[in-house]
Design a protein around this ligand. Structure first.
Ligand SMILES: Cc1ncc(COP(=O)(O)O)c(C=O)c1O
Length: 320
């Protein structure tokens, strides 16, 4: 990201375009689903039941993957940050409907347990002769998706002759950050992986979820725990889940106008706001190399269009 790097007078920023991974407009969940759905298929499931918020990227990518694999996608979607006010079929939810997911909307926050609703839906499908699989949380095997991504970054940066110091991305305490930590540790690379919290969980819970994935993931790949970094780096402070602070909106507009790259307010925009902050505070030095992983989330911007459009109109172009 040449323009952003020189605008910030700081490190060289590279971008890993995981918004282009392919499943119905892409995102980080595609790499994770490769393993998670592999496991479900091996159990002979013909229906997959998943849960998240109504503007969920996870739900949209599961729907696309299920359609590719010929199994039925069922989504239990929580009203989450929209609290019933904006259950408009836009963004990710629109794409879920377009792909024909069986959508069940429940009045619940992103942290509520909706397992009983999922079990009722599974019972409904069983009664019709199906073999449904429920995904309540992301299984440990999902870390392998970002283990692969770390290996890819190691190979690609070696080809470019770049020594990567930092990887920055959005985290919800799921398999992305632990997968990256495991992948770099296994490759013997001292890359600092920093997750910027989407605030699906508070910082302490996010860190403990990541630690848990790292521990179980290390067993899965037989990695010597001595090779793992002692700390889990999570930056916080960009609003509650689904809330975009001024810094997040500014980061989205800056990236769009300097690089022509679109970020979202729930995840990747927060990650970019965090990266800008760390550069401005001197936490990341001017001569270092950073890889920003664009984890996707783009469809959700349409659900936030009013907020973003008003700000975009009130700004002068950053470029002459
Ligand atoms: C666009 C986007 N970025 C980042 C994340 C965080 O990934 P993880 O849940 O693996 O921490 C998610 C999902 O929660 C997401 O949809």
């Amino acid at each position: 990201m040449n323009n952003l790097s020189s605008h910030l007078k700081g490190p060289r920023i590279y971008v890993k375009r995981d918004d282009l991974t392919g499943l119905a407009l892409g995102g980080n969940k595609t790499r994770i689903l490769e393993y998670v759905l592999g496991e479900i298929l091996s159990r002979g499931a013909d229906v997959v039941i998943a849960t998240s918020g109504i503007q969920s990227n996870w739900a949209r990518q599961i729907t696309a993957a299920a359609r590719m694999l010929g199994i039925k996608p069922v989504l239990v979607l929580r009203t989450a940050q929209f609290k019933g006010a904006n259950i408009d079929y836009t963004g990710n939810l629109f794409l879920d409907y377009l792909m024909g997911a069986d959508v069940r909307i429940v009045e619940a926050s992103i942290r509520d347990d909706v397992t009983s609703v999922m079990q009722e839906v599974a019972e409904e499908y069983r009664a019709k002769g199906h073999n449904p699989a429920i995904i309540t949380d992301e299984p440990v095997v999902g870390v392998l998706g970002y283990y692969d991504c770390a290996r890819e970054i190691v190979e690609q940066s070696a080809r470019l002759g770049v020594e990567v110091d930092y990887v920055v991305h959005a985290t919800s305490g799921g398999p992305t950050q632990p997968g990256l930590v495991l992948g770099f540790a296994a490759a013997g690379k001292r890359v600092k992986v920093i997750g910027v919290n989407s605030a699906a969980y508070d910082r302490a819970t996010t860190i403990s979820r990541i630690r848990n994935f790292i521990e179980k993931g290390a067993e899965l790949i037989n990695l010597d725990k001595e090779k793992l970094p002692s700390t889990v780096e999570v930056l916080d402070g960009y609003g509650d889940y689904g809330e975009a602070t001024k810094e997040v909106i500014d980061a989205i507009l800056l990236t769009a106008r300097l690089e022509g790259i679109i970020l979202d307010p729930v995840y990747s925009g927060k990650a970019m706001a965090g990266l800008i902050y760390m550069i401005q505070q001197g936490m990341i030095g001017a001569h270092e190399n950073v890889v920003f992983i664009h984890t996707g989330g783009i469809p959700a911007i349409f659900a936030y269009r009013d907020l973003l459009f008003k700000k975009a109109q009130s700004l002068h172009s950053l470029r002459p």
